[in-house]
Ligand binder design. Structure first.
Ligand SMILES: Nc1ncnc2c1ncn2[C@@H]1O[C@H](COP(=O)(O)OP(=O)(O)OP(=O)(O)O)[C@@H](O)[C@H]1O
Length: 467
């Protein structure tokens, strides 16, 4: 990102404050995002500020330096609330579909970096406004190491601002582009996939279907662990957590014992086995049903294209595409253009694996996992009934101690500088920016066939647009 010149101005008055962030950036995202040649955010902070800070006392990270800084700033504030005047913007990080994201710190606290997502509600369509609302709503529910913490939600004039964790290591898409042949080693894929799986499991247990999984939305924290971002395409459903009973047979310790207090039975191979009944937690929004076709085309599940409704299964499909892309450097159904990609997804074609030289340990298991996730019928797809529990049990993830995952050392891969321990004040962006695939929002017609059939028949006017 080339920011040639950055100026920060602060007005002396505390109640009628004007922050201006002016940049003559040559950054691609800047150039493409707005007709304005320079960016200026003007906040009249004294007029209409609403601060909705999350319940820090309950948050799992309530003791870290970010919350400490927020707490100190708010306790020094005359009304006990956080305002935009407490923040100093340091640089522009990127521009998305809904707004711009800035690196910032709290004034007088330079040991904690934050990302501030600023959305100008006056410039957004009704649909995008509902996405802004959805993103704020979802973020305010989250309390998980692989998901962003919402430190404050500020409504200032026509701006909606979300203060969240800053991820200095870029995103997984950029990291992938730095690898030889755009591929990560199996062990690194296992690490990132396991963390994404845990994050999706948490979202699903809240009834949130994510719908926009792709490497671009997997940001990398300073310590090298992941943070899923971008919740504007989510949909929320009711979820009823249950305990399912699973009966499985386990070889007994000291299985050659005979008689005594052995309650096992002999298997055909003559080994003593016992029946173990395990209760497992299942919280999947399996009844959830949405008809909007949203997401990024290479990651869209077939049921999204048919327009007959979809639920949590779209995330497990996208999870399969993600594992494939991290291993093979490309997505499994990619065609010459968007339409042929969509055709490949909708067709009955099975996933095809590229032949790679010297396939290492774990590739067979990885392929099996991908095949089980990329099942066109969501009812047969791994994860669609019991969610992450079934996926975690797949041999690809053998050896992972799930409760300890956030303490695992991130893989040593080219371009990832993972700092151990707490984050520090450096705002250096290591990840860089690569050209992201844009998400799409299709309107699906119910009348006249609807879905992909219609979409493909009406080539040229497919009613789809990049959002
Ligand atoms: N928490 C963060 N830490 C570091 N950089 C971030 C953070 N959040 C966003 N960014 C950067 O800002 C850019 C814009 O982010 P934003 O979430 O607004 O949109 P996006 O990810 O491009 O998604 P979309 O346009 O699909 O909503 C991202 O591409 C990323 O480079």
């Amino acid at each position: 990102m080339d920011i040639e010149e950055t100026q920060l101005h602060r007005c002396p008055s505390d109640t009628d404050l004007d922050f201006s962030f002016t940049s003559t950036a040559t950054d691609r995202t800047f150039a493409s995002s707005s007709a304005r040649s320079s960016l200026t955010l003007s906040f009249n902070d004294g007029l209409s500020t609403t601060t909705m800070t999350t319940t820090s006392s309950l948050h799992h990270r309530k003791c870290d330096q970010h919350w400490s800084a927020i707490k100190t700033a708010t306790s020094l504030s005359t009304d006990g609330r956080l305002h935009l005047r407490h923040l100093k913007l340091l640089r522009h990080l990127g521009t998305g579909n809904l707004g711009r994201v800035f690196l910032c710190q709290l004034r007088d606290f330079n040991n904690a970096n934050f990302a501030l997502k600023v959305m100008d509600k006056d410039s957004l369509t009704k649909k995008k406004l509902s996405q802004v609302q959805m993103e704020g709503e979802i973020l305010s529910m989250l309390d998980h190491p692989f998901l962003p913490t919402l430190y404050a939600h500020l409504e200032v004039s026509h701006y909606s601002c979300l203060l969240i964790d800053y991820c200095p290591n870029g995103d997984l898409h950029s990291l992938l582009r730095k690898q030889p042949a755009n591929r990560l080693p199996v062990q690194a894929v296992k690490f990132f996939a396991a963390e994404v799986l845990v994050a999706l499991e948490y979202l699903h247990s809240l009834g949130v279907v994510y719908r926009d999984l792709k490497p671009e939305n997997i940001l990398l924290r300073e310590d090298g662990h992941i943070m899923l971002s971008d919740f504007d395409l989510c949909f929320k459903a009711d979820v009823v957590p249950t305990f399912d009973r699973r009966v499985h047979r386990k070889r007994m310790a000291g299985s050659m014992r005979r008689g005594g207090d052995c309650f096992g039975t002999f298997s055909r191979r003559g080994v003593v086995e016992e029946e173990v009944v395990e209760e497992e937690f299942v919280a999947e929004p399996t009844e959830a049903l949405s008809r909007s076709c949203v997401g990024t085309h290479e990651y869209l599940a077939p049921e999204l294209l048919s327009g007959n409704g979809h639920g949590n299964g779209v995330d497990w499909w996208a999870f399969g595409v993600l594992v494939y892309e991290l291993l093979y450097g490309t997505t499994p159904f990619k065609g010459g253009n968007k339409e042929s990609t969509l055709r490949n997804i909708a067709s009955s074609k099975q996933v095809n694996f590229h032949v790679m030289e010297g396939e290492g340990k774990g590739m067979e298991e990885a392929k099996d996992l991908i095949e089980k996730l990329l099942v066109k019928d969501p009812r047969q797809r791994l994860g669609c009934t019991k969610g992450a529990t079934d996926i975690k049990r797949h041999p690809f993830f053998d050896g992972i101690k799930w409760p300890l995952i956030r303490n695992y050392k991130p893989p040593e891969v080219r371009g990832l500088v993972a700092k151990k321990g707490k984050s520090h004040s450096s705002g250096h962006v290591l990840g860089g920016v690569s050209s992201p695939r844009r998400k799409c929002w299709w309107r699906l017609w119910k009348k006249g066939g609807g879905g992909l059939g219609n979409l493909l028949r009406n080539k040229g006017s497919i009613g789809a647009h990049d959002s």
